[in-house]
Structure formats: C-alpha cells, structure tokens
Ligand binder design. Structure first.
Ligand SMILES: Cc1cc2nc3c(=O)[nH]c(=O)nc-3n(C[C@H](O)[C@H](O)[C@H](O)COP(=O)(O)OP(=O)(O)OC[C@H]3O[C@@H](n4cnc5c(N)ncnc54)[C@H](O)[C@@H]3O)c2cc1C
Length: 405
C-alpha cells in the first residue's frame, strides 16, 4: 500500500508552506497554545484567516453551488495539519462542523446567510452542547425551548445554562442544542443558531489547567425565530452526533503532537546527563522507539479517517448521502489524544526535574514545553467526548458489543 501523497498533493503542501512562511507572525502562530492554537480569538488571527479564505482554501470539499470546490477532503486535511503544525488558527468549527451540517440538513435560508460568511472567514462560532448535568451524556441536555411569538415572528424562547463553551467570549454566533420535547430524550433536541452578543446571554470564564479559557453561558428569555432552527425540529441530536464525528477528527490535529515528538527527539539527541549522552541510555532509546512507533499508528489512523470520509464525500456527491465515519473518528481521537498524553509524560520523565520549569523559560529543557503540555494534554482526552466515551463507541458500533450503561 502506498502511503505517500501524490505529486499534486505534495505541490499543494509546498504552496501552503510557502504561504505560511510569507505570513509568519508570532502573534498569529504560537505552538505553546497546544490544541487551543486553533481558535481565531484575536483580530490578527482573524485577519490571517481572511488571507487563507482569499486563497480559496476554505470550503474545499463543499459543493460548488455553495461556493466550494468539490475537492477531495485530503486537501482540507493537509491544510489543517500545516496550520496546526505551526500553532496557527485552523479551519475548525465554521468549515468543518457548522458549514458541513447546514449543507447536509439546511434550511436554505441559513445556507444563504452563513455559508458565504464562513467561506470569507467573516464569522466565528461557539458550540453549545454540554450542560452542568449533560457532558458525556449530551442527550440529557435540558436548556428549555418553549414555543413563543415575538414581533410577529414565531419561534422558541430559551432558558437555561450551558457549560464548557469554548470560544463563547469572542464568537459571533452560538450553535446550540435545546430541549424542544421534554418527553423524548434523543428525539427531543433541536439545533439552533443564536447571536451571542445580545441581552439575556451572560458569559463567564472557566480557566482550564492548560492556561486556556472556556466558558459557562447563562441564557435567560432569549428568543430564536423558527428561521434560525437547523434542519428539522427534534432531530438535533442526530445532527450533533454527526457533527461530533467531524469534530473528533478536525479539531484534534496530529501535526502538533509530531512537532512535540520531534522536540523531544532533538533534546535526547543533543543532551548529556552526568557525562552520558541521553541517546546512549538504553531505557531512553527503548522509550523513544516506542513513542515513534505509536506516533506512526496515530498518523495512519488519521489518514484512515480521511480515506473513509473522502469515499463518503464522493458517494454523497453522487446522490447517496453517507455521514462521516463514526468509528474511525473515535479510534483516531482516542489513540491520538491518549498518545499525546503519554508523550507529555515521557517528556517529563526523560528531561527530569528541569522539565518542571514553566513554558518559555529559555534554559529549561525544550524551553519548558514539557511542563505546559503535561498540563494541557489531559484536556484533549476530555473535550470532544472523553476517552471512555470513544471506547464505548468503538465497542458498540465498531465491535457490535452490547450497551453497558
Ligand atoms: C477544555 C474543554 C473545552 C470544551 N469545549 C466544549 C465546547 O466548546 N462545547 C461543548 O459543548 N462542550 C465542550 N466541552 C465539554 C466536553 O465535551 C465534556 O466535558 C465532555 O463531554 C465530558 O463531560 P463532563 O465534563 O460533564 O464529564 P462527565 O460526563 O461527568 O464524565 C466524568 C467521567 O466519567 C466518565 N464517563 C461518563 N460516562 C461514562 C460512561 N457511560 N462509561 C464510561 N465512563 C463514563 C467520563 O469519561 C469521565 O472520565 C469541553 C470540555 C473541556 C474540558
């Protein structure tokens, strides 16, 4: 089997890398933000994404009638990995989650309003599924939606609370799930788009152990017209499940993990402790060989997801809609994020006490990356669905084992 990229794909990688070199800016690219580097939370990062949009690189796989190129998802993957490797903002929620879901499920008015904004990098979204009592079991969400009328429009009146909403403090729109039927757990949730900057929405920070911000969001008497309901009423959980498959892949890029593995490899290759080069220590050599092998497994699991989604996209274009591949998404997310955590543990062990020095300490091993990634990588094993949930999905949907809860 040939795992190499084609000459066209390699030419695309070279074009993207040249573009990133031209636009290199430490205020835009910051690998020390780990996976949160993907968010577009400053004016400079937003301006950079506009340049990515001008290159025509957003919506590569989207249908032409919605401004896309009907290209292969492999190019989207290559672009995202290149952005992630440098700690840059990524195509993320707009193109990958909201855009693809609206294209698949409508309605047309939301396609007309939001797809051009996403393609031009003119809008940022926050995703609101989790609530204080609905995390892993997202279908338990309770944010109340009741039928209402305002200014002659019919719609839904929202009341309740969300939590862990990353990006809510700078995003323009809230992509949220609300309880429209209290009597049916899975078929009683509806997806809606809600402007974040309005009376009735209160956003409070939650600081994570990885130094990045997420939020709790309180919603009091916020009216959503029917025209801002995504797809069909009460079918939201089906759309959320599909969107989560996309999220598990798109928002957990592999290249930042590889970048840290290269950093550790370089450290081991160049450092001497007590007169003995680390590269001659048999325990460290064995550990490094293990880590490199596991990195290759993570990379190939990612490529397998891409391969499956490209097949699905082609079938969808031919009129036979295929949703994103659930089990490969969970396998990749589980393996890559757990590997990332093992790599952070190994970096602390190998670099010794100095690895506890804070990130950007010039004289610390690996300039302090070990310490910050040790804290940060735990978060990626939770966000997008915790590792145990990925294992449940693989066991039930991949292996056909019975439900255990
Ligand atoms: C930094 C960060 C950012 C996030 N951003 C967002 C966001 O933008 N939008 C959003 O909607 N959500 C977001 N989340 C929420 C995230 O998806 C949830 O935290 C996650 O789904 C887990 O929910 P919980 O924290 O309530 O934990 P719980 O569901 O209470 O789980 C606690 C523990 O129990 C385990 N567990 C739960 N159920 C089972 C089971 N059935 N079998 C075995 N083990 C189980 C879990 O794996 C976990 O270890 C974010 C979370 C974090 C940490």
């Amino acid at each position: 089997m040939d795992f190499d990229f084609t000459p066209e794909q390699q030419a695309f990688i070279a074009e993207v890398e040249a573009f990133l070199d031209e636009n290199d800016d430490p205020e835009v690219f910051d690998v020390t933000r780990e996976n949160m580097a993907q968010i577009c939370d400053t004016p400079k990062r937003r301006a950079f994404m506009k340049k990515v949009a001008e290159k025509g690189w957003l919506g590569i796989t989207w249908p032409k009638k919605y401004g896309g190129q009907e290209g292969s998802g492999i190019y989207e993957y290559l672009l995202n990995e290149a952005l992630a490797r440098r700690g840059g903002p990524q195509i993320g929620k707009g193109v990958g989650i909201i855009g693809k879901t609206i294209i698949a499920h409508g309605p047309e008015n939301l396609r007309q309003e939001f797809l051009p904004l996403i393609l031009n990098a003119e809008v940022e979204f926050a995703v609101g599924y989790s609530e204080p009592n609905a995390g892993s079991d997202a279908a338990s969400m309770k944010l109340r939606a009741e039928r209402a009328e305002r200014d002659g429009q019919t719609g839904w009146l929202l009341n309740g609370q969300k939590t862990w909403t990353t990006s809510a403090h700078f995003a323009d729109w809230y992509w949220l799930g609300a309880r429209t039927d209290p009597n049916d757990k899975h078929r009683g949730i509806t997806l809606m788009l809600v402007p974040l900057n309005q009376e009735g929405i209160t956003i409070r920070p939650i600081w994570t152990m990885g130094d990045e911000r997420t939020n709790e969001v309180f919603i009091d008497n916020v009216f959503v017209p029917d025209s801002y309901v995504v797809g069909e009423v009460n079918k939201g959980f089906q759309y959320i499940s599909e969107a989560l498959d996309l999220e598990r892949f798109t928002m957990f890029a592999f290249s930042p993990i590889k970048q840290r593995l290269d950093l550790l490899t370089d450290y081991v290759s160049t450092t001497t402790r007590d007169g003995v080069p680390l590269k001659e220590d048999p325990v460290i050599r064995s550990k490094m060989a293990q880590l490199h092998t596991q990195a290759e497994v993570a990379r190939v699991l990612g490529l397998r997801f891409v391969h499956e989604s490209v097949k699905g996209e082609e079938a969808t274009r031919a009129g036979n809609r295929v949703p994103p591949p659930t089990v490969p998404a969970s396998e990749y997310k589980l393996y890559a994020t757990e590997f990332s955590r093992r790599l952070a543990d190994a970096s602390m062990d190998i670099a010794g006490p100095g690895s506890q020095l804070r990130v950007r300490t010039k004289d610390a091993p690996m300039e302090g990356r070990a310490e910050s990634t040790y804290r940060y990588t735990v978060i990626d094993t939770i966000g997008g669905g915790a590792s145990e949930i990925q294992k449940n999905i693989i066991a039930r949907r991949g292996l056909g084992l019975p439900k255990n809860f």
